[in-house]
Ligand binder design. Structure first.
Ligand SMILES: Cc1ncc(COP(=O)(O)O)c(C=O)c1O
Length: 351
């Protein structure tokens, strides 16, 4: 065992906000469609992963979002199916119960913000419920804050289409709503990071970014962010941010990283296709198109709790009661077995 020679306290890292870290990130954020002036209106700080980003964003809003300060009632609207799960909804806007073991609402609640659920997923079509979501957005008080995942939505796998993103942007802007994006999986849906961030232009691995109205506000907010970073994680882990900086500031490494994200997303797509084809070949009752229409690592496969229980008890195929499966858990060795098991269960339970 080697002896400790360096002073462990001489190089305590701070949350990275220095130009190189932000530059490499922000170049990423700019994407293909972000025009140059916006660049100066983005303020970012390193955070402890995506959970840390959500929490830091929650605290920042709680302390500085004017409409909340005026009303004294901070409230965030969160999709019914989100990281991770709510019970089935009975009405369009329902206050969360205190005990819900659901990450997003729990996280905002712990920051003193009331989480309220709004519809997002249509269990009949197994896809994003654009009509219900937009109807709710129109009904909510002006300047509401709405949490939305940028792509490869966890747990449903269902995202807005490019056209729907455009319409959502129009409604957000008409109503003066603030979109709180959780972008945990850029690249996991299409394989292309820019494409996946069409709804928002920012990057992950622990980064909180705020697009402000002008450069002056950005400078003021930067001061608050530095204070916040101190409070949230005084000396954050340095290693991850150094990896990001190394990869994104080197063109060859960056290209390799993008390629690997693409390969990974393609593998997820192939597994989705193979599962769907497996179910169709076995003439499994029902429509399985949604498996390939959804995105990313997770999928609401569309089974009832009874079917999920049978799968678990009879076939030892384990998925959540919500019927969320992890596509990443399927491989060459188990995918046919999973398809056969699902098919058998659906046939046994379909009248
Ligand atoms: C949508 C979403 N946001 C945030 C997180 C948390 O990410 P992290 O592990 O980086 O805190 C997850 C992880 O599952 C997630 O799916």
């Amino acid at each position: 065992m080697g002896s400790i020679t360096a002073n462990p306290f001489q190089d305590i890292p701070e949350a990275r906000t220095e130009p190189i870290f932000l530059l490499v990130y922000t170049r990423q954020m700019k994407g293909k469609h972000m025009y140059f002036p916006v660049y100066w209106r983005i303020v970012s700080t390193q955070t402890l992963g995506a959970s840390g980003g959500c929490h830091a964003g929650a605290v920042l809003l709680r302390d500085h979002y004017e409409p909340w300060k005026r009303s004294g009632k901070p409230e965030i609207f969160i999709p019914d199916d989100t990281w991770c799960k709510f019970p089935i909804l009975t009405s369009s806007v329902v206050p969360c119960s205190d005990q819900l073991p659901v990450n997003h609402p729990f996280l905002f609640k712990s920051a003193g913000i009331k989480p309220t659920i709004i519809p997002y997923f249509n269990h009949k079509t197994n896809s994003f419920d654009f009509e219900a979501f937009t109807a709710t957005l129109r009904e909510l008080p002006a300047q509401s804050v709405i949490l939305i995942q940028s792509n490869a939505q966890n747990p449903t796998g269902s995202d807005p289409s490019p056209q729907q993103w455009r319409e959502l942007a129009t409604i957000f802007s008409q109503r003066g709503h603030l979109a709180f994006f959780d972008a945990a999986y850029p690249g996991f849906a299409s394989g292309d990071i820019d494409t996946d961030l069409q709804g928002v232009r920012f990057e992950r691995v622990g980064l909180l970014s705020v697009l402000t109205a002008n450069e002056d506000t950005a400078k003021k907010l930067e001061v608050q962010m530095k204070l916040l970073a101190r409070a949230e994680s005084g000396a954050p882990p340095d290693f991850g941010s150094k990896i990001v900086e190394t990869v994104l500031s080197d063109e060859a490494l960056k290209a390799q990283w993008r390629e690997e994200v693409r390969d990974m997303a393609n593998r997820l797509k192939q597994r989705r296709l193979r599962l769907r084809e497996g179910l169709e070949k076995l003439e499994t009752p029902g429509n399985w198109n949604h498996i390939t229409e959804q995105n990313g690592m997770f999928s609401y496969i569309g089974l009832s709790v009874e079917q999920v229980t049978l799968l678990r008890d009879e076939y030892h195929v384990y998925l959540q009661d919500s019927s969320r499966i992890s596509i990443a858990g399927l491989n060459n060795f188990n995918i046919d077995y999973v398809a056969r098991s699902i098919s058998a269960v659906v046939k046994a339970t379909t009248k």
